[in-house]
Design a protein around this ligand. Structure first.
Ligand SMILES: C[S@@+](CC[C@H](N)C(=O)[O-])C[C@H]1O[C@@H](n2cnc3c(N)ncnc32)[C@H](O)[C@@H]1O
Length: 231
């Protein structure tokens, strides 16, 4: 398994995520989007690409039992004590069909060039009626084509329209310049939820003055929904 995050796991945990007070301030509103889109519930909530398990406390606060999978043993080392997590590939989730009430994927879709297949896997393991909360870098305002060096004037260059992988970044303090990232233009991203058979339910954005984060809540339809939904 290709685990590029092994190389940067300590940097990610101690420097990128920063100390507890910085995380708690939630400057990109990632936690806010997660709370809004996942909402309260009970039973297991699986985080795909859980990394160091930084969202487990919020998931638990919302009433769920957090669980995680990640491809990087280095990242999972930091997740110990935060949630039950195992090493696995998001493209082959080690869970039975229709076995989970909730799945989340937070700030990880750009690390997964096969994200449409990951969403199909998420849909497979979700129970009918189960919720999927996706929170990721905003496809319109973040990427190799976006220069965020001046927060008051984000510059969007050519490149948005191509799905591509790049290490190009306006900063050397981020993840993309270290491990690279895949860009999904907005329609490709949203269509991937629909192609996985999920129903789009709510959206959220986070970060100011130009959003850094886009969140999506989708749901696996029940048989009753399928029977009555317009085709
Ligand atoms: C930017 S980190 C996000 C971690 C965590 N969700 C957070 O918000 O801090 C992306 C994570 O996705 C994981 N990842 C990338 N590709 C994966 C795959 N195919 N299967 C499982 N995890 C994967 C990486 O190892 C990394 O831990």
């Amino acid at each position: 398994m290709d685990a590029v995050y092994d190389e940067i796991a300590d940097w990610y945990e101690y420097e990128f995520l920063g100390p507890q007070d910085v995380r708690a301030a939630d400057p990109l509103e990632i936690d806010h989007c997660l709370r809004t889109l996942l909402g309260p519930g009970a039973g297991t909530c699986l985080e795909i690409g859980c990394g160091t398990g930084v969202h487990a406390a919020t998931v638990r606060e919302l009433g769920w039992i957090p669980a995680g999978i990640d491809i990087s043993a280095g990242m999972l080392r930091h997740a110990r004590g935060r949630l039950a997590a195992i090493r696995a590939d998001a493209r082959r989730l080690p869970f039975r069909d229709a076995s989970l009430p909730a799945v989340i994927c937070v700030m990880a879709h750009t690390d997964m060039p096969g994200y449409p297949a990951v969403l199909r896997e998420a849909a497979r393991v979700l129970r009918p009626g189960g919720v999927l909360a996706h929170i990721g870098v905003h496809p319109c305002f973040c990427g190799g084509f976006a220069d965020r060096g001046d927060p008051g004037a984000v510059v969007i260059r050519a490149g948005y329209l191509d799905g591509h992988w790049t290490k190009a970044s306006w900063t050397d303090q981020g993840v993309r310049d270290k491990v690279g990232a895949t860009h999904f233009p907005l329609p490709s991203l949203l269509n991937a939820f629909l192609d996985a058979g999920l129903v789009l339910e709510r959206f959220a954005e986070g970060g100011e003055p130009v959003p850094v984060v886009l969140g999506v809540r989708a749901r696996k339809p029940t048989d009753e929904y399928r029977a009555t939904a317009p085709s």
